[in-house]
Design a protein around this ligand. Sequence first.
Ligand SMILES: *[C@@H]1O[C@H](CO)[C@@H](O)[C@H](O)[C@H]1NC(C)=O
Ligand SMILES: *[C@@H]1O[C@H](CO)[C@@H](O)[C@H](O)[C@H]1NC(C)=O
Ligand SMILES: *[C@@H]1O[C@H](CO)[C@@H](O)[C@H](O)[C@H]1NC(C)=O
Length: 540
Amino acid sequence: MVAIAIKSITAIAALSLVNTAQAWYNDLPSCLSPFEPFVYTGCYDNGQPGQKEALTLRTDLDQQNMTVETCVSHCKGNNYRLAGLSYYGVCYCGQTVSTGLLPEDQCSFPCTGNSSETCGGDTQINIWMDPTFPPLKDQTDISEYVPVGCWTDDANEGKALFYRQDNLDSPTLTTEKCLQSCLSGGFPFAGTEYGGECYCGVVVGNGTALATDASTCNMPCNGNPDETCGGPARLSLYVAKDLQSLEPCGTPPDTSSTITTPPATSTKPPTTSSTTTAPVCTSTSVTPSTCEYKIGRWCSNPVPEWQNKAGCLVSWSQCLIQSTSCFLKAGFPDALSCFQYTEWCTNLDLYCLTKCVGKACDKPGFIGKYPPKGGNPPTTQTSTYPCPTTVTVTTKTKTTTTPAPTSSCPVPSPTGICTQPTNKKYGYSPGNPVGGIALPVVTCNNIKDDWNNGNVFKLYTDKDSHNCPSYTRPKCPSACVDACKAQFQQCESVYADGCKKGLVDYSWKAADAACQAQYNDCLTVNKNVKGDGKCTTWNC
Ligand SMILES: *[C@@H]1O[C@H](CO)[C@@H](O)[C@H](O)[C@H]1NC(C)=O
Ligand SMILES: *[C@@H]1O[C@H](CO)[C@@H](O)[C@H](O)[C@H]1NC(C)=O
Ligand SMILES: *[C@@H]1O[C@H](CO)[C@@H](O)[C@H](O)[C@H]1NC(C)=O
């Protein structure tokens, strides 16, 4: 799901054939100054042994005492956009991700230096991103690179640029080919040398200097004699500012957009005022929308407000859990638009994971960026009244805080008690169900009375959980059977039917077969599900 945030990067990376054969690199010190925290982007494949890894640079930092902070500050200090951790504490840095996103639970190894942090898996890697880079644009082209002269590249002083582009053919090298190759890898520095060599880098080596005699860059490019491609131990260097961080290490983070304590403006009413008009106070009350997102005959309940990441994720789970009811209730063909709602929930998840890190975040912030469609917005009512003038002694007895009714609680995070099956032939797997229609969530019951009666599980098929079926512990397998059935029903009625009617561009027969196969596999993989150890206590 998090793939959206990083899609443009992986798209660029797909073109990249960055060579990483060099065994050493100019290691700059870690960034110790405060900087914008890196944003977590997800769990990625790090390749089987011998295969290409997700990020280009495997650092030689101590693996035995690794934390996210250590790795991130190292990559920041070395000007990389991304930092990654694999196998308990191997720290990587890179500009782009060259592999695919995996389900979050595949990254599960604790970090050696802080066991509450996650450091990938055997062949998986957790990746964080520096948010201070300008966003990558798909249409960014090589005109971003500006020539900055002729520079020395003396092997004894360490190479000027770390990444040699061996994938480029030396006899046909041109400046454009080199710049394109560096752009594909997201590198801000590019350089040509000796007529046919191309290098890319995120920093320029410390032994490199502007050549005292610019005419030492005197070799025509092998692929275009009208261009100059450096010289012997001389580099024609180019820089693309758009690929560099706007706040490299040493720049104080920009706090203008984050919550800062407002300046103490002393705008007290002038005490010399002779008028006796009581100051006017206003109060704003917001009546929440009853129909937040509307598709066909279906409407979503508004997701609750939040102030932090935990609250945001509760809202996300409320969002996701309602998506099943959309497919069931919207009516055909409107139900085809339920994917838009699921996407909205995914954006919410992304928002929680990126915008709520180390910052305050709230629902209006999200709604502003991703307005829900079709529903009615909340109504705001402002009333004006004279401010109370006497300072009332606030006694504790006055505020009898009525405990919030605990009859129901936020829906627990949609952790899977039932499993989405995998099938290579039909191409479905967790996170990638047929037609994009997810297996409805079975998780802990959020209605207290019902829970007390022993119905610890619930299948969330209705937006109002009071209407959702609940199950006792021994009936857990039935919950999964019902979930598989509901998914099958939606698969047939929305996806396969959409194909039949030509609304979805796919063969109906193949869609139908995939729905059937997924249903059968679903029953099989969930046959022995018991939900052991799950939902054993009431968590509100
Ligand atoms: C591990 O690293 C921390 C700082 O990140 C340091 O304070 C601590 O002494 C290190 N422990 C060992 C055993 O090296
Ligand atoms: C370990 O990681 C957790 C989670 O990121 C963090 O809250 C905690 O401060 C870290 N502990 C140390 C000693 O750095
Ligand atoms: C460049 O950095 C390397 C490694 O950090 C160091 O050994 C070398 O002395 C530095 N060279 C110059 C010219 O500063």
